[in-house]
Write a protein that binds this ligand. Structure first.
Ligand SMILES: [Mn+2]
Length: 248
């Protein structure tokens, strides 16, 4: 089976040239997967802000959602695991695009490899403040409150709160700290899984331990990287836009 795993696209909904370019880059990549991928795993923070009102979705994401639909139509299975920027799904992805949605993690044995996939924000070390914040923003009541705002206003507010501004440089130390907790967690569960995949740190990597493999698909703000698992063998790849196809 041909499995592709991506995370941390952090797609923005504004229409400035930088954001349009990024969405175009992602769409080109997804387009190349049609007919090539049997299974696409979206491991969180695909959208920098994803929110579904009862009757409204975010318009700028339409071309991406269309690509997901095209992939589904081509027979590619799609799983979406919530990130810390996209976790309020309602019924849209499931009912309209036929994507399987998981709130915390996804596990399955694929081609003999026992796979554990999670965005990873739950497993970062020394991050109690975030973990409390996470339980608040994922709270049903808070979501209902957010939902009462006009979407244009709510999204404006969300944009202010979203912490992955390109201008705000994330210190490498912070990314490494995030990663450390995830690596420790992975080592704890290697007794049950062969491959542990996480995102969130934006550090693309495959690290082989004696009892398991830790992999991170990286991000699409800077790295444009993804994981490819063909017949149970996982590898880290980089998408080169100017070559117009994936770099193989
Ligand atoms: Mn994240």
């Amino acid at each position: 089976m041909r499995v592709y795993i991506v995370s941390d696209f952090h797609l923005k909904f504004s229409d400035n040239p930088e954001d349009l370019e990024q969405r175009h880059r992602v769409i080109t990549f997804l387009n190349n997967l049609i007919g090539k991928a049997d299974f696409l795993i979206l491991n969180g923070d695909i959208f920098d802000l994803w929110f579904v009102w009862k009757t409204v979705i975010v318009k700028s994401y339409f071309p991406i959602l269309k690509k997901f639909a095209d992939l589904r139509e081509s027979g590619c299975r799609i799983v979406f695991i919530a990130g810390n920027h996209d976790f309020w799904f309602r019924d849209f992805l499931v009912n309209f695009i036929d994507i399987e949605v998981y709130k915390n993690n996804f596990t399955e044995t694929i081609d003999g490899a026992k796979l554990f996939v999670s965005h990873g924000d739950l497993y970062t070390s020394n991050d109690m403040r975030y973990k409390i914040f996470r339980s608040i923003i994922r709270n049903k009541f808070v979501m209902k409150l957010f939902e009462m705002f006009h979407p244009d206003f709510a999204l404006g507010l969300g944009k202010m709160l979203s912490r992955t501004s390109r201008k705000r440089k994330v210190p490498i130390k912070l990314s490494e700290k995030k990663e450390r907790g995830m690596l420790e967690f992975a080592q704890k569960i290697f007794k049950d899984y062969d491959i542990v995949v996480m995102g969130h740190s934006h550090i693309p990597k495959i690290e082989r331990f004696k009892d398991g493999i830790f992999a991170n698909a990286g991000d699409w703000i800077k790295n444009n990287t993804y994981l490819k698992m063909i017949d149970g063998n996982i590898e880290l790849c980089k998408y080169e836009m100017n070559r117009g196809r994936e770099n193989e």
